[in-house]
Design a protein around this ligand. Structure first.
Ligand code: GUN
Ligand code: ZN
Length: 438
């Protein structure tokens, strides 16, 4: 007899075991590709992965086998930086970061004091993430604790692996968003107690960015991280020239933007800094030395005119780069669309992104940089069963392009450049099919 939660999926399988490097062909041993493969799921985890013909004789006689031949299964995509509360202000026209925050973002986030609104948008956001094949994300809520309660509740209900946190901000924003400095820290401690480590959820300390926090609030956040190194931390860094000038004005005792965070002990191996466009090599080295990661948010950087991220400069000093949508600054939740924008930014910098490197980044690369690679990011025994079933023929045009591809590398590149939710046939998380394309 097999358990109720046991099944096998037969399909083409692709997963990374290591960084494939920057070459046109992936580094030896970095890619696991099985043309006619079998993924055996048991109780929410991957039990085995192999060639179908090798695994078939070992299967229990009554096990369900789902036939997805012609489809490509990859680990669920990971988004290292996104704001669920900004879902409905995506594509709001207007200038650059600081104006965009004041005109659209801050007014929108005020509404998340209401639990009902937070519940509705949490669920809409998760539906959209699953529609594009994303199963894990590191998420900004608003500064209202109820926005975090709503989001984590919705994630727990769906058994998703997610990181999230209450935005900490105690100045330079509308009153309805600003914390009382110590009250915001107490709220954070309470949310950590309620949610960190429950089900598949982790808490990410979330000071918005230097301009909206006092030194006192940043210091208290650093204290929380020192007390519990199992917490994550997410914030923004060096996104826009106007922002840099403002930070220099607000923190005259810090020699640069990064030092504002260093002085409060916010830079560590579980810290994600979104953007990091306007940095020098010394700052990149300081981030790398602490094991932090930069979230590259290409569609957001293009939309807000923030600048062209220098991926190679980060790579040269061994600084982890993760891939992120940054919705609502970003214009697309899809991980494939993020890679397409990353490729385009790279082209303008003479740093093209191969499909190998991009898809590694979206899966195992992001998982490693977020210290989640013990759970997700690979198709391998004992890993949590979070994966996406991709249909390379997701549209008539995609089918035409696909028919012309001769190699796996070509197919993956076309998918990265042309793919969207039409290519996501199914998304599975926690061993359950949670999205099926209509
Ligand atoms: N910097 C501070 N807050 C934000 C935000 O909400 N979005 C982006 N892109 N940058 C920020
Ligand atoms: Zn952001």
């Amino acid at each position: 007899m097999t358990s109720n939660d046991s099944r096998v999926i037969r399909a083409e399988l692709l997963s990374f075991d290591a960084d494939p490097g920057e070459g046109d062909t992936p580094a030896e041993g970095s890619v696991r590709h099985i043309e006619d493969g079998a993924l055996w799921l048991e109780d929410g985890r991957i039990h085995a992965i192999d060639d179908y013909v090798r695994l078939a004789p070992t299967l229990p006689a009554d096990i369900e086998v789902i036939d997805h031949r012609g489809k490509l299964i990859m680990p669920g995509f990971i988004d290292s930086h996104v704001h669920y509360v900004q879902l409905e202000i995506m594509a709001s026209y207007g200038r650059q970061l600081l104006d965009w925050l004041n005109e659209y973002t801050f007014p929108e986030e005020c509404a998340f004091a209401q639990r009902e609104r937070a519940d509705v948008i949490s669920n809409a956001f998760l539906d959209e993430m699953l529609r594009v094949g994303t199963t894990t994300a590191q998420v900004f809520c608003s500064s209202h604790p109820t926005s975090v309660e709503a989001f984590f509740s919705a994630c727990r209900q769906r058994d998703l692996r997610m990181l999230a946190g209450k935005v900490l901000m105690d100045r330079n924003a509308p009153e309805a968003l600003c914390d009382d400095t110590h009250g915001g820290i107490h709220d954070t401690e309470r949310l950590i107690g309620n949610w960190h480590g429950t089900a598949r959820l982790g808490y990410s300390l979330t000071p918005r960015f230097a301009p909206t926090s006092t030194r006192e609030q940043l210091d208290a956040t650093g204290g929380l991280l020192r007390n519990d190194p199992s917490l994550w931390l997410q914030t923004h860094l060096s996104e826009n020239p106007g922002e840099l000038d403002w930070v220099a004005e607000l923190f005259p005792k810090s020699r640069d933007y990064l030092e504002v965070y260093e002085q409060s002990d916010l830079v560590g191996p579980r810290s994600t800094f979104a953007h990091g466009i306007h940095l020098d090599q010394g700052m990149r080295r300081r981030l790398a030395d602490r094991g932090a990661n930069l979230a590259f948010c290409p569609s957001s950087n293009l939309f807000l005119g923030s600048g062209l991220f220098n991926r190679q400069a980060a790579r040269e000093v061994g600084l982890n780069v993760t891939y992120a949508s940054d919705v609502g600054g970003g214009t697309d939740l899809s991980g494939l669309a993020t890679l397409k924008a990353a490729y385009q930014v790279g082209q303008l910098r003479g740093q093209p992104l191969t499909a190998w490197q991009g898809l590694y980044g979206l899966t195992l690369g992001n998982a490693r940089a977020l210290s989640l690679d013990g759970q997700v990011g690979r198709l391998a025994p004992a890993m949590e069963a979070d994966f996406v079933v991709l249909d390379p023929d997701g549209s008539p045009l995609m089918a035409r392009r696909h028919a012309r591809c001769k190699t796996l590398g070509e197919r993956l590149f076309a998918l990265m450049m042309l793919g969207d939710d039409r290519n996501v046939l199914e998304t599975w998380a926690g061993g359950r099919r949670q999205h099926v394309r209509e």
